[in-house]
Ligand binder design. Sequence first.
Ligand code: F6R
Length: 607
Amino acid sequence: MCGITGFTGYTLALPILMQGLEKLEYRGYDSAGVTLADDIGLVTLKAKGRLSELRSILDESELLQMTGIGHTRWATHGVPNNLNAHPHTNKRNTISLVHNGIIENYMSLKQMLENFDYDFKSETDSEVIVHLIDFYYRQCLDMETAFKKAVGDLEGSYGICVVSRHSPNKIFVARKESPMILGIGKEGSFCASDVPALLEYTRQLISLNDGDTAILEPDKITVFDAEGKEKPIEWMDSPYDMQSAQKGGYDTFMEKEIHEQPQTIKETLRGRLSGRKIVLPELDDIRDNLKNINSVIWIACGTAYHACVYGQMILNKHVPINSIAVPASEFRYGNYHVDRNTLCIFVSQSGETADTLAAIKMAKERGALTIAVANVLGSSLTRLADTTIYTCAGLEIAVASTKAYTAQLVLLYMLASKLSEIMGYSISEHQEIITNLRQLSNMTQQFLECCKPVVKEYAQMMKDERDVYFIGRQLDYVSAMEGALKLKEISYIHADAYYAGELKHGPIALIQYQKIVVAFATQPEVSAKTISNIKETVARGARVILITDKDTKADGFSYIIRLPQIHPELSCITSAIVFQLLAYYAAVERGCDVDKPRNLAKSVTVE
Ligand code: F6R
């Protein structure tokens, strides 16, 4: 959500800011703007809508400044329009600011500033920050002091970049609970809210810590801690390259990322299987604490929450311990019993989801042991957890999560299995599963290629539907939930998931002639029951797309996809390939913008 870019250096800033904003488009936005700075003054241009609208009002031959900031805004406080779009400037047009996050005390700050005759043009919380900096600047006539004082007054979350006519080749940066990456290269100094914006110029990066501020100058970056003391910078070499931020011959990032899964599964397993054992050294330091755990709560949002339901079910299959999965947005307000004998596992692709971060803080306050399962190196979640286990899915750019989800399933299987071992329980059929994990990458590669034509055909059949129903039991219910989410978020076809056994308790009233039901039946202990539930829908005229294993008896189905032979505890991973492709092809057929579905953002950094 919301994208920030900033540059100060030895070459034109505008092209760098615009290409950075393009690279961040995937995060979702509804207006955009830039400010360019030099000692003559500030030029700010903004437009509602896509970046092309902003481009159409930029006269590149006139905008030759070498310092600037840019922003793509996803509306939270105030509708998307030019006034609410960032950057925001002070009245005298000497200071300009872009901000991601939410300023919780903006009302009281606004009242204070109004008492000093400050006028507000927008409905945003962000505008208060620029006036606050102006307020302090008038007192001390020093931008660095004014910026730090203003940041010190803010409550809430923020990633902030400021340029000013008073210090025209500097960018002032602050971060709290909203990502901010800084980079230095031969053209100058850069900042952005996410790595893809910087990869074309440098791979020497740092992620600013919570509470830190920084000053960017063309030849150097200086970082300060919350007390204002200068800190040494430990540059890291970005694990990503430009290729990972490009489509590489595919039409969309989502298509590319679906096809990357054999590789990302392999990467996630790399070094974690040794002989007949699963190896997770990340648990070594908390091993003793794990022995005292008497309940486990799996917490996340959206797709990552579905992965949590999978993790919880796998653990429950093997360990008689209280284990539940809870959406992060609910966890905070439900009265869940959490104490020092509770293990809370937080799963997040971005590691920046506001609800998940708020949930981990609450769990820690109550003394819980915490594990993060995250994809983004050094993200906020990983800084808060007692230990982090990384999925190795690489940069995921499409808003709809695909490769991160299957990497989460693989890792959560290993985590649940390792927890069982540490808690003194053995996993039945463990060896068969280890063998399957070793085969998983090749298996998904072959399956992906061979199932595409038939999935495409079924997606074609689905494209004009208003509603589609996804059903399954046990682990197949996880696939039903995630399959329904994928379809609705990118194709806008209404889709819901039901436990197959619950159909006759209500939802079957919706099943009419020719309705489409996507059914999963891969769990031997319940497959026969699921098949008879499906037959009830067939009897009412439904067209059922059945996704099942090689052995389940399923005669008389017109639309059927047989998954490769795999242990049922891992079949959620192969099922995912099918429903991701189904949603993808259906969305393409309907002409949807697959990578950037409406109203959605890649990383939801507001609650
Ligand atoms: C759906 C999707 C979202 C995310 C959710 C959590 O395809 O991507 O539902 O899974 O917003 O995001 P992370 O995993 O970054 O915490």
